[in-house]
Design a protein around this ligand. Structure first.
Ligand code: NAP
Length: 279
């Protein structure tokens, strides 16, 4: 049994923590600074909490960060400030360059960094979600963390490799959703959304069927996707590719920030209206 602290039981983090419990580990989360929604989510999953970050770091051999990508470096700094000297796994959707920064921040306090990324839905069932790990000693963590619904997979390439995989994967899934919604909003703005749907039904029959699902699937999380798209744009630029696609995706998702955590999620009409109102 390994003592693990999962810092932020959001929609994904709570399932990661529960999967580690199912794998036989002693898992805590840190209540300091978190909202009632996070607390309720963690309690419903049967997770045990500690009040303060310092206690969470003292408890753990492994600290896991699953948070909005835009705050990943700040979270690493806060952990380093406690003097944490165990293993620090950042599992967020951040660029390899940000992952390298996170690694150097936690290494300065004596911790061993592991790079991670998560692909799939929150891991409540087997065969839905993969946690990719890269960095030194990951094979040991693959063995330890395997056993719950979350599949844990080690890849070569050191710090940054797991993050690069996520950039390439989410660059398509979330980038293409932003592109599809932005183009449909453009057609609506120009009064040709009906003819576009007719044309798609003839030549691109899958697209019209995806519109509602992509509006509902991205609207409530769009606020968090802004930082993720910025990370992808920066990752592409770092290797000489254009970051412009994902700058545009970031701006598109920023226009949907009013739907943060909306339940039920917005429909296509509401998403198109929000995009047009920012045009
Ligand atoms: N959800 C998915 O399907 C999915 C899929 C693949 C990967 N991921 C990755 O998982 C990570 C988190 O996603 P999620 O779905 O769990 O997000 P989420 O449901 O929005 O939860 C985010 C968690 O982080 C906390 N948080 C918010 N602001 C923070 C801050 N400034 N400092 C520290 N913690 C903060 C939130 O706490 P409070 O709101 O209580 O403050 C919440 O507990 C992201 O990096 C994402 O890319 C998610």
């Amino acid at each position: 049994m390994t003592a693990i602290t999962v810092l932020h039981p959001g929609a994904m983090g709570v399932s990661v923590a529960a999967s580690f419990v199912a794998a036989g580990h002693d898992v805590r989360w840190v209540a300091q600074g978190r909202s009632a929604a996070t607390s309720q989510r963690a309690t419903a999953a049967g997770l045990r909490s500690v009040d303060q970050l310092t206690a969470g770091c003292e408890h753990a051999e492994l600290v896991v960060s699953v948070c909005p990508p835009s705050v990943a470096v700040d979270v690493a700094r806060a952990v380093a400030a406690t003097g944490f000297a165990g293993t620090y796994l950042d599992a967020n959707a951040i660029s390899p360059e940000t992952a390298t920064k996170v690694a150097s921040v936690v290494a300065a306090s004596g911790a061993t960094p592991v790079d991670g990324s998560i692909i799939g839905m929150p891991a409540h069932r087997a065969d839905t979600t993969r946690l990719y790990l890269s960095g030194s000693g990951v094979s040991e963590w693959v063995d330890k963390l395997t056993g719950g619904p979350l599949a844990v997979i080690g890849i070569d390439g050191g710090i940054g490799a797991a993050s690069a995989l996520k950039m390439a994967y989410a660059g398509w899934t979330k980038g293409s959703s932003a592109l599809l919604l932005a183009l449909f909003a453009y057609a609506a703005e120009m009064g040709v959304d009906g003819p576009l749907l007719d044309e798609w039904s003839r030549s691109q029959p899958k697209l019209s069927g995806q519109l509602e699902a992509r509006a509902a699937g991205t609207g409530p999380k769009a606020w968090r996707f802004v930082g993720e798209m910025e990370e992808i744009a920066s990752a592409l630029r770092a290797v000489g590719l254009s970051g412009g696609f994902h700058d545009g995706a970031a701006a598109t998702y920023a226009a949907l920030d009013r739907f943060k955590d909306a339940s039920p999620p917005p429909d296509l009409t509401a998403v198109v209206e929000a995009l047009r109102s920012r045009a």
